[in-house]
Design a protein around this ligand. Sequence first.
Ligand SMILES: [Zn+2]
Ligand SMILES: [Zn+2]
Ligand SMILES: [Zn+2]
Length: 135
Amino acid sequence: MDLKNVLNNFKLKSTPCRAEVLTLLFNNEHALSHSDIEQEVDHSFDRVTVYRTLKTFLDKGLIHKVLDDEGVTKYALCSECSKEEHNHEHVHFKCEQCGHTQCLDEIQIPDISLPAGFKAHQKNLLIQGICNQCN
Ligand SMILES: [Zn+2]
Ligand SMILES: [Zn+2]
Ligand SMILES: [Zn+2]
């Protein structure tokens, strides 16, 4: 993977923090929380720098939020998003054994019809169980 190219495609300058966070997300199949990321990257980056990097990646369509049980927000790479087309209708899976949450990109969230007067902007579906690595 060419980091510079990826950042370039999203019209982002390569900074040490962006490069490290991106590498980390690429190297992990499961979603990472802010504190997971903070622990893994170079400690010379402060909280705010990591936070801003994640915010930029979110805005640009490079990563998306994964809502976990426990109320922790985790982040995972988008597979085919851009700034304009940034939506996620896939299922997330949380393993009760290893504790990892991952994207099941190919599994779509089914259509849900809401009562009159309700309008959906986002759908999240988290399935909990045992993943294929732990099974
Ligand atoms: Zn996305
Ligand atoms: Zn597992
Ligand atoms: Zn996902």
